[in-house]
Design a protein around this ligand. Structure first.
Ligand SMILES: Nc1nc2c(ncn2[C@@H]2O[C@H](COP(=O)(O)OP(=O)(O)OP(=O)(O)O)[C@@H](O)[C@H]2O)c(=O)[nH]1
Ligand SMILES: [Mg+2]
Length: 212
């Protein structure tokens, strides 16, 4: 059986509960959207193959669950720092109709860096997605594009996209930027991808989810 050498890129998707992380992932990979809300338990992950220039890459998108503590504060479930390490890019998602989800970006940003502990936190690539831009044709948005862009600019010029998982708006564009950013940052995956060193993957992509 022929094997093809591919580059494996790991992307962690974070953000408050209900902002649309799983929906964005499903829209991108499966071209599917459901209005039914089913909270992620543990983590969702999928992989998608794409060609970037002369490189065939496998983008592994991992959506990490959050849990609510008694004070209604979101925090990481303790999946263990090893789970985040080796990430090549982190996508922070908020719902641009929910102010609190935008305010949480600081926490997610900080928590990711704490958990993933990248070799250079100042240059680690993030991307921000303001999701659900479709709702009420944008009339119910509470976070302006400028406010979001300012946050991104003051946190190291993070690329920013406004998306709709529902209407498949800007989803491909956002994930392509994620993949390109991850590819540019691809570094120590041999060390951190336990069991999948340098991504020698047979045949077609795998996908799936886990409740780990
Ligand atoms: N109108 C609209 N609804 C969306 C969009 N994206 C997600 N939703 C809805 O928002 C709800 C939550 O979406 P999820 O993708 O499950 O959110 P999540 O961030 O994965 O949530 P957790 O797993 O709890 O962290 C679901 O009812 C989705 O149908 C969008 O772009 N537009
Ligand atoms: Mg989810």
């Amino acid at each position: 059986m022929a094997t093809r050498r591919r580059t494996l890129l790991k992307v962690i998707v974070l953000g408050d509960s209900g902002v649309g992380k799983t929906s964005l992932m499903n829209q991108y990979v499966h071209n599917k959207f459901s209005l039914q809300y089913k909270a992620t338990i543990g983590a969702d992950f999928v992989t998608k193959e794409l060609q970037i220039g002369d490189k065939l890459v496998t983008l592994q998108v991992v959506v990490v669950v959050v849990i609510w503590d008694t004070a209604g504060q979101e925090r990481f479930q303790s999946l263990g720092a090893a789970f985040y390490r080796g990430a090549d890019c982190c996508a922070l998602v908020y719902d641009l109709n929910v102010s609190k989800s935008f305010d949480s970006l600081d926490n997610w940003h900080e928590e990711f860096l704490k958990q993933a502990n990248p070799s250079d936190p100042k240059t680690f690539p993030f991307i921000v997605l303001g999701n659900k831009v479709d709702i009420d044709g944008g009339r119910s948005r509470v976070v302006s594009e400028k406010k979001a862009a300012d946050w991104c600019a003051s946190n190291g010029n993070i690329p920013y996209f406004e998306t709709s998982a529902k209407e498949d708006y800007n989803v491909d564009e956002a994930f392509l930027t994620i993949a390109k950013t991850a590819l540019a940052n691809e570094h120590d995956q041999d060390i951190y991808f336990q069991g999948i060193p340098e991504a020698v993957i047979e045949n077609e992509p795998r996908g799936g989810g886990c409740a780990c």
